[in-house]
Write a protein that binds this ligand. Structure first.
Ligand SMILES: [Ca+2]
Ligand SMILES: [Ca+2]
Ligand SMILES: [Ca+2]
Length: 356
């Protein structure tokens, strides 16, 4: 691991468990555990977090809410990757249910609608996501930046469903990608392999609005991903010849089930629920970027700033019942259909502990 990778791994350990795994279901957090924010500030009291599982309940799973299921249609004609979901191929794919709070639908509904579609062929898994968003905003531009510090959309893929050796890909509205491989869950000390690269990933984003301009109201953004089956292979140095290493990066067979979930990370910013006044005059030199402004300066160009101390919201397809995406037991079940509908599926009980 080079020094930069080491630094990134350290950052992952500092932040990912806090942001994505703050709530300990089976292991109560130690008093010294950092707060769920990269600014180490207390959680927002206005959005109380429910405790899962209830005392005495061995599992947070509720019989009324089995993991979501999606039957992913095979497509003979792939969608054109332009970020718009108006391709004929997408017409044959159903929408998922709207995303809900990561802790379940009994918590307040997300402020903005999110839903998606999936397709597959022999080469790719196609994802098409639609996200309502009145303020398009992105800051991170470099591959493997910690993209969940921006508003983002994330996919988690555990092909064999064994709750270990799985993939995560995140994108912000610039299309910046953070892709990583998890040998084990963070609760089992990971590690998260930021050096993993989703080789051949194709990303297209359509912005319905103006990016990084708080002076107007946007409609949303949509994203198309084509994830090559061949890219879903562990880092070469991952020694064990079982599980994901054994699977050999192959396409699924018709009828196979994979465990997949999606998370949308959404931060509160200074223009939430309103729009910024437009500057009274256009900048004529770079004085507007000076800090602090001098008396008589025209207003600065308004920009987005995170609300200090406010944890991110996590909106997901299949509820995790805890603020932790890294528990694949609760991820949705994606079934790969080809040549007709699959038989109805009887939900399997969710194991009380990871499988191995
Ligand atoms: Ca398209
Ligand atoms: Ca796995
Ligand atoms: Ca990476």
């Amino acid at each position: 691991m080079d020094p930069l990778s080491g630094l990134l791994a350290a950052l992952a350990f500092a932040h990912a468990p806090a942001l994505h795994a703050a709530s300990a279901v089976f292991e109560p957090p130690a008093a010294s555990e950092p707060a769920a924010s990269d600014s180490a500030t207390p959680p927002d009291a206005a959005r109380p977090k429910r405790e899962f599982p209830p005392p005495g309940d061995p599992t947070p799973q509720k019989p009324a809410y089995p993991p979501k299921t999606y039957d992913c249609p095979f497509t003979a004609s792939p969608p054109v990757l332009d970020g718009r979901l108006d391709d004929a191929a997408w017409m044959h794919a159903p929408w998922t249910d709207d995303f809900v709070d990561i802790q379940g639908p009994e918590l307040p509904s997300p402020r903005y609608r999110t839903r998606l579609k999936m397709l597959w062929d022999e080469s790719y898994l196609y994802i098409g996501v639609s996200m309502e968003e009145p303020h398009l905003w992105a800051t991170l531009r470099n591959h493997d930046d910690i993209v969940f510090r921006d508003n983002d959309i994330e996919i988690f893929i555990d092909p064999d469903g064994d709750t270990r050796e799985y993939y995560e890909i995140e994108a912000n509205a610039f299309g910046t990608i953070f892709d990583l491989y998890l040998h084990r869950r963070y609760k089992e000390d990971g590690p998260a392999e930021h050096g993993w690269h989703c080789e051949g990933l194709r990303t297209a984003i359509h912005l319905d609005g103006t990016l990084n301009d708080p002076t107007d109201r946007d409609k949303g953004w949509s994203l198309e991903w084509a994830i090559p089956w061949s890219s879903l292979k562990p880092p070469a140095w991952d020694k064990p010849s079982f599980g994901e290493k054994e699977r050999a990066a192959a396409a699924p067979k018709a009828g196979d089930e994979w465990r997949i979930n999606f998370s949308r990370v959404q931060w509160m910013h200074n223009w939430e629920g309103r729009i910024a006044p437009k500057p009274v005059e256009k900048p004529i030199d770079n004085r507007y970027n000076q800090d602090p402004p001098s008396p008589g300066d025209a207003p600065k160009q308004p920009s987005y700033e995170k609300v200090s101390g406010r944890p991110e919201d996590n909106w997901v397809w299949s509820p995790q019942w805890q603020i932790d995406m890294h528990d694949p037991r609760w991820w949705g079940v994606v079934r790969f259909a080809r040549g007709g509908a699959l038989a109805p599926r009887t939900p399997a009980p969710v194991p009380a502990q990871p499988l191995r």
